[in-house]
Every structure is written in C-alpha cells, then in structure tokens.
Write a protein that binds this ligand. Structure first.
Ligand SMILES: *[C@@H]1O[C@H](CO)[C@@H](O)[C@H](O)[C@H]1NC(C)=O
Ligand SMILES: *[C@@H]1O[C@H](CO)[C@@H](O)[C@H](O)[C@H]1NC(C)=O
Length: 461
C-alpha cells in the first residue's frame, strides 16, 4: 500500500506541467525540420523533407571532400561563421535542456540534426596542414541564381584560413561547436566514438585559433556577407567550452584573458560574449561573469533595448526576431542557473509568444506553426520545385514547398509585416536565426515540464 501511494505521488509529480500559452513542443519539432531542409550534400535515406534531394555533392578543394553542412539561409553558400554559431547554440540547448527534447519525443531527430554540421566541420579541419575551410560557395555568383539547390550549377570555390591567413574568429567559433558537440554526443546522443573525434578536433583547432590570431575576412572574401568585428569573443567562448568539456584549468585562464568585461549589445553570429559569460558563470560561479549575464537579460527585458509597441525586442531592423529569440535563450539559461529565474522566464515567454502569435497580426513567424504563417519566405529551395528550372523570385502565388520550422526575420519597428518573397530583411530565414529560437523553446519546455514556468505574460497588444 505504501509502495503504491509513493508510486502515485511520484507519478503525479512527474506529470505536473505548467500550462503554456503556445504549443512549444510542436514549435520545437518543426524547428528541427527547418535544419533538415538546409542540408547540403548526399542526403540520408531517412531525409524527412520530401522536396529535398542530393545537392552540391562535389563540394571540395583539389580532391579534398567538403560536401555536407548546411546552406546558410535562403541561399546556398556554406558560410562557416554563422554555421558554427548555430551549431554551438543548438548544442547548448541539448546540453542544458536534454529533458525538453526527450519530453517532445525529438531526441533522435535532434541528434541527427546537430550531427550534420559537426561531420562537416571535421572535414573542414586538416590539423596536419593547419588549414581550416571556412566557406564553400561564392556569395555573389550564388546570389545571382534563383532555383533549388539540386539544380544549381555555378562553381563553388572553397576558401580556408591558415597560418598565413589567420581566422581565430571562425576557427574559434567552430571550436565552440566541436566542444559543445562533444558533450552532446558523450551524453544525450550516446555516441562516445564520435564524441571523442569531436574533442580531439576541438583541441587542435583551439591551438590553431589561439596561436594564429586574426580576422578571417582580412584575407577571405566572406566579409561582404559576414564580416567579423572581433575574435576576442570567439576565443573567449572557445576557451569557455574547452574548460567545460575538459575541466582543464589552462582553458579557464585563457578564457579569463580573452573575455571582456561588459554588457553585450546582443547575442548573435558576430558576438559570442554573453554566451561565453553564461558558460563561465556555470563553470566558476563567479560574480564577474554573473553580472554580465544578469545585466544582459535585464537590458532586454527592461526595455532599455528598444521594443516594438507590442513588446518584441527590436535590436535591429534586420531580422529582429532572431535577436529577441537569442536574448530569450540567454534568459532561459540564466533562469536555469538560478539568476532571477521568474523574471527571466517571463521575458523569454514574452518574446517567444510574440513570435508564435502574440502580435497584432496574429501571425506565427515560424512557418508551419498554427494556421497563419508566412507562405512566401525568401528561400530558394522552398520557392522552387526540384523539377522546375525556370523558377523566378517573382513567380506569383505561395512557395510550392512549405519550409516547416523556419523562423523569418520579423516585423518592422511598428509591428508591421508583409509576406514578400523578395524582402530578405524581414522574410528570410537562416540557420543562425533558428538556433536561439529552438534552444529557447527547449528552455521553456524544460521549465514547463518541471512545473516551474511562471504564467505567460499578457500579450503586449
Ligand atoms: C567591469 O566594468 C564595470 C563597469 O565599467 C566596473 O565597475 C568594474 O570594476 C569592472 N570589473 C572588472 C573586474 O574589471
Ligand atoms: C522581379 O521584379 C522586379 C520588379 O518588381 C524586377 O526589378 C526584377 O528584375 C525581377 N526579377 C526577375 C528575376 O525577374
């Protein structure tokens, strides 16, 4: 009898969940599919996107295979900097909130998804030559083509950083991807041998990044698209992840030397600092790092960072949703470390709920979520059928292929939005856009299933 009662009591505890205003589990499931739609290379037999096939299978350089990885956004270049950022931010969601993926029945899908860029990064790094491939494809020729990736025929040059063309930014950011990937595959995704390969590559790539300092776009032609303003932030995050992954104190002292003091402007592909601060607070418990995390979250939640009239953090006209979602992810991490948890989670919900429908148009900016969402995202694979070689950006009607899970750039500063395919400022998707969004959803699901999510804040309008 006592045993039965205990069992019932435990079951009740396990089953208690905070109610959520939107179905975060469905939003998370869809977001994983977006990454599957961005896959380059030879697709596996279980590819879940019916409108995608093999593409760019010959990507490489002088016989060195560089196929695989993710297409960046609506285009088909493989840009190393945003891909690495998306990779480590998704990995962090799996490291911090594995129970959310489990509760959603998406652990296996997520493991397959985050493995894809990690396998590609292993191809990109040649330790014996101190050579790291940081891009495949040419931005200008790629952007002059509107068609599916399966039909593209332009040349796709590969470019690398080396000891004579250093890029501690892109190499450092990839270290964060590999080291966080090591933790994901050692634990949640259960592949010790792949995890060991990732850690070994992370160690040698870290040494390369640290010993060859420089901005990659000083000598690579990536700067027109993803110009890097500093490499200190990437080295700080890389050292932080290496410290978390290995427990070695030398990485911690490196991280301290690279990490700058202050409240970050944002968290995005060009600024790892607040992410580094979270990892370093997690590892050290020191106020120095805690203060930067707390101040970052409060700068966004308080409205010191501009909000639209209806409450979306509006950091930039270019893709405001991702800046808001990235800040929401940092807020859920802060909450998981006990830093003003309720306020942080209220802020995170306010942003994610806005993106999913708490806005004056009642639109979900995540494609496929609910009944009303963008139908014409700026995305070639979604816009063009594989069988159609005469596809144009100006074709009338909705995109023939629904890009489930993609989160578009977002509204203007007056909460205004229109669903225009040629509006790449507000209606493009990108691998870096969805990363903070997906990991923030994981964070909110974690708090919901542990019955510790505060009530959803009222919509701002
Ligand atoms: C960090 O910056 C703040 C504000 O400028 C300053 O008050 C503080 O002393 C700095 N801390 C360290 C450890 O440099
Ligand atoms: C699409 O239409 C715009 C004008 O609305 C025009 O400037 C552009 O050249 C067209 N693009 C193509 C590929 O037809």
């Amino acid at each position: 009898m006592i045993v039965t009662l205990l069992f019932l009591a435990t079951a009740a505890l396990i089953n208690a969940e905070s109610s959520t205003r939107y179905d975060y589990k469905e939003a998370l499931r869809l977001s994983i599919l977006f990454y599957d739609a961005q896959r380059s290379g030879r697709l596996p037999a279980d590819n879940p996107i019916p409108w995608r096939g093999d593409s760019a299978v010959d990507d490489g350089d002088a016989g060195h295979d560089l196929s695989g990885g993710w297409y960046d956004a609506g285009d088909h270049v493989k840009f190393g900097l945003p891909m690495a950022w998306a990779s480590w931010v998704l990995n962090y969601g799996l490291v911090a909130f594995p129970d959310a993926y489990e509760a959603t029945g998406q652990t296996a899908m997520a493991c397959d998804s985050v493995r894809w860029p990690l396998e590609y990064f292993l191809k990109c790094w040649i330790p014996s030559e101190n050579k790291f491939y940081a891009q495949v494809g040419d931005g200008n020729s790629d952007h002059s083509f509107w068609g599916s990736p399966e039909n593209m025929r332009m040349s796709r040059p590969a470019s690398a950083v080396t000891t004579s063309c250093p890029g501690s930014d892109v190499a450092g950011k990839t270290v964060s991807a590999l080291a966080s990937g090591y933790l994901v595959f050692k634990d949640t995704c259960g592949d010790a041998s792949f995890a060991a390969d990732l850690l070994s590559a992370a160690e040698s790539l870290y040494a390369f990044a640290k010993n060859n300092k420089g901005l990659y776009d000083d000598c690579m032609a990536a700067g027109d698209f993803y110009s890097s303003s500093s490499y200190q932030d990437e080295l700080a995050a890389a050292a932080a992840w290496m410290a978390k992954a290995t427990g070695e104190s030398s990485y911690l002292s490196d991280a301290r030397s690279f990490y700058p003091n202050g409240t970050a402007w944002g968290f995005n592909w060009n600024d790892d600092n607040v992410g580094a601060a979270v990892v370093l607070y997690d590892v050290t418990g020191e106020d120095f790092f805690k203060n930067d995390v707390v101040n970052f979250v409060s700068s966004y939640s308080s409205g010191r960072v501009q909000k639209t009239p209806c409450g979306l953090s509006y950091r930039d006209k270019w893709g405001p949703n991702r800046h808001a979602a990235n800040a929401a992810f940092i807020a859920t991490l802060a909450a998981s470390l006990g830093l003003n948890a309720n306020e942080a989670n209220e802020y995170a919900q306010s942003q994610i709920n806005y993106i999913l429908g708490d806005n004056p148009l009642g639109i979900s900016y995540e494609i496929g979520f609910g009944n009303y969402f963008p139908k014409k995202p700026h995305h070639r694979g979604s816009s063009c059928r594989m069988s159609d070689n005469s596809c144009s950006i100006n074709d009338s009607g909705d995109n023939p292929n629904q890009l489930d899970g993609g989160m578009v750039g977002g509204p203007g500063d007056a909460d205004d939005y229109s669903d225009d395919r040629d509006d790449y400022v507000h209606n493009e998707v990108a691998v870096d856009y969805n990363a903070g969004f997906q990991s923030a959803l994981a964070g909110l699901i974690h708090f919901a299933i542990t019955d510790s999510l505060p009530a959803a804040p009222a919509p701002g309008c």
